[in-house]
Structure formats: C-alpha cells, structure tokens
Design a protein around this ligand. Structure first.
Ligand code: KIV
Length: 272
C-alpha cells in the first residue's frame, strides 16, 4: 500500500522539490531494461535511475568504470519506453564528462536526445562544478552524487563508508551547498554516516536521496537487483532484501530442467 500524501500523475524534477518541501519521502530504484522498468514504474516508484551500476549487474564487470555512453543510452532508451509516471535519471558514465565541460555537455545532450531521459546524474563536487554548470545552462536537469562515488573506486581503494573524518565531512557539506546553489535538483549521498547525511539534508532545500546514508534524508535509492535478492553475494549493512529471487529463480529453473528431462513439460494442455 502506498503511503504517498498526494497523487502525482507524472513525476518531474519540480515534483521532487515539492515532495521535500511537503515532507513526503521520495522512492528511487535503478532499472536498466524495459520489462523491469515497467514493473518498477507500475509499482509507483517515483524516480528510476538508469545507473552505471548496469556495468556490474547487467554486464558483470567488477566496477562501474567500463560501461560506455552508448551502452548507457541503450539501457536508458529501453527504460524510457516502459514508463508512464516515474522521472528517469541517467548516469553519465566514467570517461564521458571528466575531461572538460564541453565534453560533459556533449555527453549529457546525447543521453537526453537519444534516449529521451529526463535528467542526468554525475559524480563529484567542486571538481565537477564547471561541467555541471555547462549542462545546466543547456536546460538539462542535473542530480549530484557525493560520498562514496564508485567511479573513483581506484582512488579510494575500498568501498567502505566515506566522510567519517571531519575534513572530508566538511568538504562534502560544502559540495552539497554548492550543488544546490548552481542549480542541481537533487543529490545522491552514498555510504556516509547517517548523522552527516541528515545534516546535509537539513542544510539544503533540494532533495537528498540516500543509499547507505540513514533515514534522516529525503528519499532512498537501492539497486533493483540487490533489493530483489538477485545478487546474493553482495550484502552491505544498508541493503534490505525484499525478496530472495536468486533462490526462487534457481528453484524455478531447476524444476524446469527436471520437467524437460522427465518429459513432464509440455503436458497435453501445453501443446497444439
Ligand atoms: O549506479 C547506481 O546504481 C547508483 C546508485 C548506487 C545511486 O549510482
């Protein structure tokens, strides 16, 4: 059952800012393909993120770095065809925006034009400021991403909680305020202490969406395959599994194999 306070027919970036102002929490999940996106949208999830986590869960890479702009556009256009209500945010992949603001704008335009997405997300604070401004100036809504930013995994060296030390926490707070000031419509905060995330959420009027950032923020995001229990080897503390699809699907497939081998499938009713 939905706990939404107001029925929104279509979610826009403005809706999200209104939701925060009205104290309504925002739900966000990833999706990368038509069939899953149709279910996610039909279930009433407010925002679908076509995340570069597709690199992990769809393509089997160890990190998010290998996925390309073309591949992100392919995933995003499949998702876009499925949705009636959700806002679709697409990650700018590693290598498509870091070198200069013009390249960042070109990549964002390709995503918007070729997939039909509604907004882009990119990782980074101060270092990404000029690129974000350039994209925003073209009328493209931008969501920021601070804290654990997986595209910098080789700099961090580990997926552990970020901003536990005062210096990094202070930098993160300043980055969040800067992102609001230049015009981002929201920020994802990944894997940081709950107290810090709450402080950030209270210091800006744009929505803060957390993943491993506690419940003092304005909304939550999870990777779809993780929350459905399809990725059974990944169990960080922040992850709540709503299903155990890895086991359920394995059982179904084992049953299918047995039915085929035993000639139980197809039966008389399942043929012409
Ligand atoms: O790519 C992704 O799925 C993300 C979420 C973890 C926020 O960026």
């Amino acid at each position: 059952m939905s706990s939404a306070k107001k029925e929104y027919k279509r979610i826009t970036v403005k809706t999200l800012v209104d939701m925060k102002a009205n104290g309504e929490k925002i739900s966000m999940l990833t999706a990368y393909d038509y069939t899953m996106a149709k279910i996610v949208d039909g279930a009433g999830v407010d925002v679908i993120l076509v995340g570069d986590s597709a690199s992990n869960v769809m393509a089997g890479h160890e990190t998010t770095l290998p996925i390309t702009l073309d591949q992100m556009i392919y995933h995003a256009s499949s998702v876009i065809r499925a949705i009636d209500r959700a806002l679709i945010v697409v990650d700018l992949p590693f290598g498509s925006y870091q070198s200069d603001p013009k390249e960042a704008l070109r990549s964002a335009i390709r995503i918007m034009k070729e997939s039909g997405a509604h907004a882009v997300k990119l990782e980074g604070g101060k270092e990404a400021k000029e690129s974000i401004k350039r994209i925003l100036n073209a009328g493209i809504p931008v969501m920021g991403h601070l804290g654990l930013t997986p595209q910098s995994i080789y700099k961090f060296g580990t997926y552990t909680v970020r901003a536990k030390e005062e210096e990094e926490a202070q930098r993160l707070k300043e980055d969040a305020i800067m992102l609001e000031k230049i015009g981002c419509f929201g920020i994802v905060l990944e894997k940081i202490p709950a107290k810090l995330a709450k402080e950030v959420a209270e210091s800006v009027s744009i929505p803060i969406i957390g993943i491993g950032a506690g419940n003092g923020v304005d909304g939550q995001v999870l990777v779809l395959h993780d929350m459905l229990g399809m990725t059974h080897e990944f169990h960080p503390r922040f992850l709540r599994r709503y299903l155990n699809l890895y086991e359920d699907m394995t059982r179904a497939m084992q049953q299918y194999v047995a039915d085929v081998k035993n000639m139980d499938f197809p039966n008389d009713d399942e043929q012409y």
